[in-house]
Design a protein around this ligand. Structure first.
Ligand code: 0PR
Length: 383
């Protein structure tokens, strides 16, 4: 109900406290299955300070727009590209939609088709429906990475693009992006890499010596990459990233907005009015933490996931779906639904999908939380 008379701030706050008491918080250590985390304190300060900035009208907030461009440039350079074109957007969903939109608009075919792994995120279903692009699903191999031979077999006259995933939603698997890139070059088809999760993990994990496939613009077939600062980048929601190798992709999705303060400006994003503060927070965090700072965060997360995977293997009736590649560990059990229900009843923020439970070692997840969780898991699976 839209109240007739206003209540005091205290009253409203008290009601909010009561209602949100049901929420799980990252600080409690109970959220183990999310790709989000508590935003870095420095980023929170930035958001508070610049809460009014709107990147939808860059003529008003000229400085903020330049900062967004610099943030895009920083992400590009992390991904092996000196000059990239793109935006800080609302998340991986918007970034993936923009990539498919750019590929479709440039392809000029009557019945556009997109080839993507069966492990792809559901955001592509939205893209498909909105853009009238048919999804052609490629099979996975036993290791849950996409079968590149099957991708090749599915290429047709109507193929507008290929998708590879660098950190799948369920298992954190990095596809064989080098092979997909070669394929894309051979057939003259653009390759989009969904590194929404892996973008802020793989470059640092590689620097730490983990053996992972190349996945970024250093591979010449890669034309666009989704990379989300609001996942392992520790930026506040919403903060996604879409980077294109060439300007033509961004131009293909830009519409004129003729009456704004900046004169005739071009907008590529789905959202019009959009938060400048979050883009500024992305910029500020990258400046503040630097490569070495993120590397430390990833080091902890990778070590914790290896340790956790080892513990999982020791529990009777519980099995790993596959050895972790990134900081995601997924496991199966007998009577998975019952196990899931009981773990949730005990207050754990997890979810079971596609036959397994996924644990994501985000920065807020500590070994002591996982030890407690493993204790509960052991109890729940004993029969
Ligand atoms: N691409 C990949 C590979 C993803 O894993 C996700 C999100 C997206 C794109 C879409 O990103 P946005 O959600 O930012 O639009 N994957 C997470 C998932 O489905 C999203 C999420 C995050 C779910 C936090 C739950 C949660 O607590 O698991």
């Amino acid at each position: 109900m839209f109240s007739r008379k206003g209540a005091s701030e205290e009253e409203v706050l008290a009601e909010l406290e009561e209602k949100t008491a049901e929420d799980l918080t990252f600080g409690s250590g109970r959220i183990l299955g999310s790709m989000c985390t508590y935003p870095h304190p420095f980023a929170q300060k930035i958001v508070m300070k610049y809460i009014d900035r709107n990147l939808g009208d860059p003529g008003l907030h000229v400085g903020s727009q330049k900062i967004e461009e610099e943030a895009v440039e920083m992400l590009s350079s992390l991904l092996g590209l000196e000059k990239g074109y793109g935006n800080i957007v609302s998340g991986g969903t918007e970034a993936n939609i923009l990539a498919v939109r750019a590929f479709r608009n440039l392809a000029d075919v009557e019945k556009p088709e997109l080839i993507l792994p069966k492990s792809a995120h559901f955001s592509f279903l939205k893209a498909s429906e909105m853009l009238g692009v048919k999804l052609v699903w490629a099979e996975l191999k036993d290791d849950y990475s996409v079968d590149v031979k099957d991708v090749e077999a599915k290429i047709t006259e109507g193929t507008i693009g290929i998708v590879g995933i660098a950190g799948t939603t369920g298992l954190g698997v990095v596809d064989d992006i080098p092979a997909l890139s070669d394929l894309a070059l051979d057939y003259g088809i653009p390759l989009h890499v969904d590194a929404a999760f892996g973008g802020f993990v793989i470059p640092f994990a590689k620097a730490l010596g983990y053996d992972l496939p190349d996945f970024d613009f250093r591979l010449k077939g890669v034309q666009s990459i989704t990379i989300d600062p609001h996942k392992m980048g520790m930026a506040p929601i919403p903060a996604g990233g879409i980077i294109f190798r060439k300007k033509k992709f961004l131009e293909a999705i830009s519409v004129p907005a003729p009456y704004l303060a900046g004169g005739k400006v071009w907008q590529a994003t789905i959202t019009g009015t959009r938060p400048g503060a979050n883009a500024l927070a992305v910029w500020a965090l990258i400046k503040h933490l630097g490569f070495e700072g993120y590397k430390e965060v990833v080091k902890r997360a990778m070590e914790l996931s290896r340790w956790f995977a080892k513990q999982i293997k020791k529990i009777p009736g519980v099995y790993l779906i596959r050895e972790p590649m990134l900081n995601i560990v997924s496991f199966g059990t007998k009577n998975l639904e019952d196990v899931e229900k009981e773990l949730k009843r005990r207050g754990w923020g997890i979810s079971a999908h596609r036959g397994y439970i996924r644990i994501v070692m985000m920065p807020h997840v500590k070994r002591e939380h996982l030890e407690k969780f493993l204790g509960d898991l052991r109890e729940v699976t004993v029969h």
